[in-house]
Design a binder for this molecule. Structure first.
Ligand SMILES: NC(=O)c1ccc[n+]([C@@H]2O[C@H](COP(=O)([O-])OP(=O)(O)OC[C@H]3O[C@@H](n4cnc5c(N)ncnc54)[C@H](OP(=O)(O)O)[C@@H]3O)[C@@H](O)[C@H]2O)c1
Length: 284
């Protein structure tokens, strides 16, 4: 597998690309493998795309909270697959901004390695668990960032009014039936690029006017020339790098795309519905 990525990196390098993003192959570019892949390019920089994917995930959730009246500071967020690259970056962002953060992973040693010493702060209660179903059922906002090749749940598993951001590829949540109008399930971590693109069928995305956050990262880094922002390490991305990539993304016209999945585009009618549920929940 690594040799195929190396080959692709060498090809892009020879064609004159200045940055290559590894996207869904992030996990194999951690640690020693990351160094091997990055060395395959002589001039081109290699980045894992985690930063922009996480930034677009967070920005999408903030926007949707505004649309639906969910107060982040009062909410419970569950991150399913928090031990991964995107999961850790999102967890770091939400750490002191929500009421409760539930972080799941298959491997409890990893969970403890990354989050075991996170204090129970004044603002946020942190819970670590390997029970995805528990975390899914508890949360107002659920972020899926696992590398699972199978879907992990369906729409019945969420509580009324839930916002479900599915960053995973292949998708972690099945939208095969989609009968509920009291939740929002959308493909997250994506960016709407400036200008028009025609590719949705090829890349498995819900629409033409969106690309994977990791692709957006490579483009924005190249346009801005902030090559020092490229990441291929397994530790947390420094906040300064995240700031620079966010700046580059928005400066060059990338925005949060419409909230949608393969079967539905959400509109203000859907958001008003959620708003009503959130309002009723608050009065209880
Ligand atoms: N939207 C985008 O632009 C974009 C960009 C990059 C990546 N992605 C997708 O986003 C997802 C996360 O990417 P990543 O780079 O953060 O991957 P990663 O570093 O490999 O992390 C994935 C994490 O998911 C965990 N996991 C796997 N199955 C699980 C399960 N059943 N329950 C709980 N945790 C589980 C893994 O834990 P273990 O350690 O136990 O394996 C791992 O920590 C992937 O599906 C990737 O394809 C999307």
């Amino acid at each position: 597998m690594i040799s195929k990525v190396e080959e692709a990196v060498q090809l892009s390098d020879s064609m004159g690309a200045s940055v290559s993003a590894l996207g869904g192959f992030t996990s194999i570019a951690d640690n020693a493998s990351g160094a091997i892949v990055a060395k395959a390019a002589s001039k081109m920089r290699v980045t894992n795309g985690t930063a922009a994917t996480s930034i677009m995930t967070v920005e999408g959730i903030k926007k949707l909270c505004d649309e639906t009246g969910i107060e982040l500071a009062e909410s419970t967020i569950s991150i399913i697959g928090a031990t991964g690259s995107v999961g850790r970056t999102c967890a770091t962002y939400f750490r002191n901004r929500v009421k409760k953060l539930i972080l799941t992973g298959r491997n409890s040693t990893k969970l403890n390695h990354f989050f075991g010493d996170w204090p129970i702060t004044e603002n946020t209660l942190i819970e670590l668990t390997s029970q995805n179903q528990y975390a899914i059922a508890e949360a107002d906002i659920v972020i899926f960032v696992t590398s699972s090749t199978k879907t992990l749940c369906s729409e019945e598993d969420f509580k009324p009014g839930a916002i479900v951001c599915d960053v995973g590829f292949p998708k972690n949540v099945t939208t095969a039936n989609l009968n509920r109008d009291d939740i929002v399930i959308y493909a997250g971590g994506l960016a709407q690029p400036p200008g028009e693109m025609k590719h949705a069928d090829l890349w498995g995305l819900p629409s033409n006017n969106m690309i994977y956050g990791c692709f957006a990262e490579a483009i924005a880094v190249a346009m801005e020339g902030c090559f020092e922002c490229c990441s291929s390490d397994s530790e947390n991305i420094p906040i300064e790098k995240l700031r620079k990539i966010k700046h580059a993304l928005f400066k060059h016209g990338f925005i949060v795309p419409p909230f949608m999945n393969m079967r539905k585009v959400y509109t203000t009618v859907d958001f008003e519905n959620i708003k009503d549920i959130v309002r009723k929940n608050k009065m209880r």
